[in-house]
Design a protein around this ligand. Structure first.
Ligand code: UT7
Length: 347
């Protein structure tokens, strides 16, 4: 696996950079719950197969009127309320998504308008399931530049819009939802997470391992592309599984080393929620008890870029994070991409 590129509190010249904090979290899940048994009514599968192979029992799917921007807006409202930051203080919006409302304009622009924000900087980034952590790194460094004070960093996905319900090997795995954080240059009286460092990496040598082949310049939409089901997600699950375990383990070790910490010091790990067997394998490789991991995969499936911020918000709501806790966020996705962030939690 290629090296991840570093980002932490220090430059090469060992100059301390300004700290950046997660000041509040929020999430949104559509009300519609789809259980494994619901899927088994029209796909050749079973609750037993899905749960034992993945750890998923149910997922949420959008209903009419719920889009990626709608969920992003709701999660952002909750994050701003938790952070006690008003919309007029937000000066940056970054949305990580592979399922935008439309190819363009960006979902971030729809969020900017939907929240009634001023004419601020707003854009999408795309790094599949690693997208939220890529966005966190971008947002952190944009705040450190001094140009921005309060950023909304959002992961939002309508994965049901790209699922092929004739492909049982993928359609049972994914769900919809959104999670958001307010990143800030200012610490608050509320719970805050100080970002100690974030690493990101990519290897584009085998893009077809996990992709939606149609709809871009390589395969524009046509009658043929639709008939060939090219606008749906395709995945080589077995290969992705192996690389996911290796990449998330290595990335976790890299960020810990970069920040001068060890795996044993971790109080909580929030991994990308794709498969319990992947999560268990990472716990075992890092020699950490499974209880250190916070998971909600059972109820949401894999929500791609939304999975880590939804789980982070639920961990905060559940009181799972204590003062001085060392928290690791780690993800992996199509590209291939991977990323990890180390955070010190203060209450
Ligand atoms: O977020 C991005 C990262 N994505 C991931 O992390 C996904 C990584 N991969 C995985 O999680 C796993 O590889 C899967 C859950 C996708 C599949 O688990 P697996 O243990 O690798 O199963 P498999 O693909 O090797 O398939 C085993 C069997 C096959 O039947 P045969 O060929 O052994 O007769 C499949 O046809 O299971 C069959 N199968 C199913 N059976 C019932 C595949 N999907 C299903 C299904 N229900 N939904």
């Amino acid at each position: 696996m290629p090296h991840s590129s570093p980002s932490d509190n220090r430059t090469e010249m060992n100059i301390e950079l300004p700290p950046v904090y997660i000041r509040g979290t929020g999430s949104y899940a559509p009300a519609k719950v789809v259980t494994n048994d619901d899927l088994a009514k029209f796909v050749d599968t079973s609750d037993e197969w899905i749960f034992t192979r993945t750890g998923i029992r149910s997922r949420r799917f959008v209903s009419a009127g719920e889009t990626t921007s709608f969920m992003a807006i709701e999660s952002a409202r909750r994050a701003m309320a938790a952070a006690k930051v008003s919309p007029d203080a937000i000066d940056l919006v970054i949305v990580a998504t592979i399922t935008p409302d439309m190819p363009f304009p960006s979902t971030a622009c729809l969020v900017q308008h939907g929240l009634g924000l001023g004419p601020i900087t707003a854009f999408d980034i795309q790094a599949a399931c690693s997208g939220f952590l890529y966005a966190l790194r971008i947002g952190t460094n944009m705040i450190r530049s001094g140009d921005f004070k309060h950023a909304l960093v959002i992961g939002a996905e309508t994965m049901s819009s790209v699922l092929d319900f004739r492909d049982r090997s993928t359609c049972v795995l994914f769900g919809d939802g959104a999670g958001a954080v307010v990143l800030s240059s200012e610490e608050s009286a509320e719970a805050t997470g100080k970002i100690l460092g974030t690493l990101c990496g990519a290897d584009g040598s085998n893009p077809s391992l996990l992709c939606v082949p149609g709809g871009g310049s390589a395969c524009p939409a046509s009658v043929d592309s639709i008939e060939a089901r090219q606008h749906f997600l395709k995945m080589n699950g077995r290969e992705i599984f192996k690389v996911a375990v290796r990449a998330m383990e290595q990335c976790s070790r890299d960020i810990l080393q970069r920040c001068g910490r060890s795996a044993g010091e971790l109080d909580c790990v929030i991994p990308h929620q794709a498969n319990m067997r992947i999560i268990d394998a990472i716990a075992s490789r890092l020699d950490l008890p499974p209880e250190r991991f916070f998971n909600n995969l059972e109820h949401y499936g894999n929500t791609s870029a939304a999975s880590i911020p939804i789980a982070l918000d639920e961990a905060v709501q559940a009181g799972r994070l204590k003062n001085d806790d060392l928290l690791l966020l780690v993800g992996f996705g199509a590209g291939l991409t991977w990323a990890a962030s180390l955070i010190e939690w203060n209450l």
